[in-house]
Design a protein around this ligand. Structure first.
Ligand code: UN1
Length: 498
């Protein structure tokens, strides 16, 4: 194979080497002999340079009219559309998801770029009546400054766009640290941003370790807002560090998402929804379904159908269109999944899968069989802890009330779904699920970019991405009062005579 290219950091509008003089490799998880590229092992000094560049670019970016900023987002979205196939291939090669899903990931980036381009002409606040005569009252949004964007590998185009697009359109500049499992996707993305014409310093890319680059961004006193997607453990540690500096922080963390299947459900539909949510992206979505909560009268039938369909799933390189399920992202992910299989064997009945897949073409990749455990108790570890792989637990229950109670009885609260034909039950579930996203008669994945995305409980810290609410992460509210009476009018609260 050809010698892999060495990629650089992007700071102040220039592609530069790290002060470390070191690089790391990104490899194809479907065949680890295939090195995707070499990337700079960034340092605290690189982050300091990136922060300086972002700080210098901020005043004029902030002063650029928001509709003009939006036009650059639009141009960037159009470039992603033009390069969609190239980006999708690069993504499949670098992190493994099958090509059709990689195209979807790029599409999600395009969608949020266009949505936020439109926000350049809105960025709305409130205009409301004042308590006093001849007085105007309104609220406006202003950018915070430099946004620190720290992203995972599982949606390596979509998630950086979810974060950078609202940050940029509202006038912030960006220091972007992608996962070391997907630095190539990040590099291609930033190349297109450069091509779109974002001014030098508005977007800066620093690759490298979380413990070095990520921490330097989080600790920088000049970066007032951090947006992070990843594990709850890392999120907690970022929150502690950021909390010391009273930073704005938006966290998207773990999930343990449930599909509830009631006795009146359309079982064929439920099976389709469950398989797609559980084994799409090899179970490596925050929104992936890892628990099926099955009403007892249909539980055995549901498990039988799931097992039969799971056996038909074809593993392999996501670049082949005959493949349904790609590899896990790296060796550590395989180890983690394998360790949960051992735990699961003591907690439920292993009905399909349960092993690494190493035969034939899979020998050099991080493949794991799609796995289902049945008869799992709600509080067992495989039903409580995020595995982030193709492992599904089926938990039998008696009826709606128990199903909802089990669904909610986890630390996380990202996504939930219910399959039922009863409209009253569907509305109850919409009310009762303790999650940021609810689906009726569909799986747990596939959130659209113009609605709020995020979760309750340990899934996050109350913020949301996507939709217009994403702007709240990256803007300060300013309330403005204009008195045009020509005299001192005291506020109503200061005029209380009796
Ligand atoms: C994630 O896994 O972090 O809802 C994001 C979905 C996708 C995004 C998942 N739109 O499945």
């Amino acid at each position: 194979m050809a010698d892999p290219q060495t990629h650089r950091l992007f700071i102040a509008g220039r592609w530069v080497e790290s002060s470390s003089g070191e690089t790391f490799e990104s490899v194809n998880p479907a065949d680890t002999r295939d090195v995707v590229g070499r990337f700079q092992q960034g340092t605290r000094a690189d982050v300091a340079m990136a922060v300086r560049a972002a700080g210098e670019a901020f005043p004029s970016w902030k002063a650029t009219p928001a509709p003009k900023r939006g036009e650059l987002l639009y141009r960037f979205g159009a470039l992603m559309a033009e390069h969609k196939e190239r980006l999708a291939h690069a993504m499949t090669r670098e992190m493994g998801k099958v090509l059709a899903e990689a195209r979807g990931d790029v599409q999600e980036g395009i969608d949020i770029a266009f949505l936020m381009a439109g926000e350049g002409r809105r960025l709305f606040g409130d205009t409301v009546p004042s308590e006093l005569p001849d007085k105007w009252a309104m609220s406006i949004r202003q950018p915070l400054g430099i946004a620190g964007i720290v992203t995972p590998w599982n949606f390596p185009i979509a998630i950086p766009c979810w974060k950078m697009m609202p940050a940029l359109v509202s006038g912030n500049t960006v220091v972007f640290k992608p996962s070391s499992d997907a630095p190539h996707c990040a590099t291609l993305l930033v190349e297109l941003m450069e091509q779109a014409g974002f001014p030098a310093g508005v977007v800066n890319l620093v690759t490298g370790r979380g413990a070095e680059v990520g921490d330097a961004i989080v600790d920088s006193p000049d970066v007032p807002v951090i947006s992070f997607t990843g594990s709850s453990a890392t999120g907690r540690s970022i929150a502690e560090r950021a909390g010391r500096r009273l930073k704005r922080l938006s966290l998207e963390l773990g999930g343990k998402n449930a599909v509830v299947v009631l006795r009146d459900a359309d079982l064929d539909l439920a099976v389709d929804g469950i398989l797609w949510s559980a084994f799409g992206t090899t179970g490596q979505r925050c929104t992936a379904c890892s628990r099926v909560i099955a009403d007892r009268p249909i539980a055995d039938e549901l498990v039988a159908r799931l097992v039969e369909r799971t056996k038909q799933l074809r593993l392999g390189s996501g670049l082949l269109d005959t493949v349904d399920v790609g590899p896990l992202v790296n060796a550590a992910a395989v180890e983690k999944v394998a360790s949960y299989i051992e735990i699961g064997k003591g907690e439920g009945d292993l009905v399909v899968g349960g092993d690494r897949a190493t035969g034939g073409d899979l020998a050099n990749g991080h493949f794991f069989e799609p796995t289902i455990f049945s008869n799992v108790a709600p509080m067992s570890r495989i039903a409580q802890e995020e595995i982030f792989g193709p492992v599904l637990s089926v938990i039998p229950v008696d009826g709606y009330d128990e199903a909802i109670s089990v669904a909610n009885h986890v630390r996380y609260g990202l996504s939930a779904s219910i399959f039922t034909r009863d409209v009253n039950t569907a509305f109850r579930a919409m009310r009762d699920f303790e999650t940021g996203i609810v689906y009726v008669n569909a799986g747990t994945t596939g959130a659209e970019t113009h609605l709020p995305f995020g979760g309750w409980k340990d899934t996050g810290n109350g913020h949301r991405e996507a939709g217009h609410v994403a702007l709240d992460t990256f803007t300060e509210w300013k309330a403005v009062y204009i008195d045009f009476s020509g005299r001192l009018q005291r506020a109503q609260i200061d005029n209380q005579e009796s």
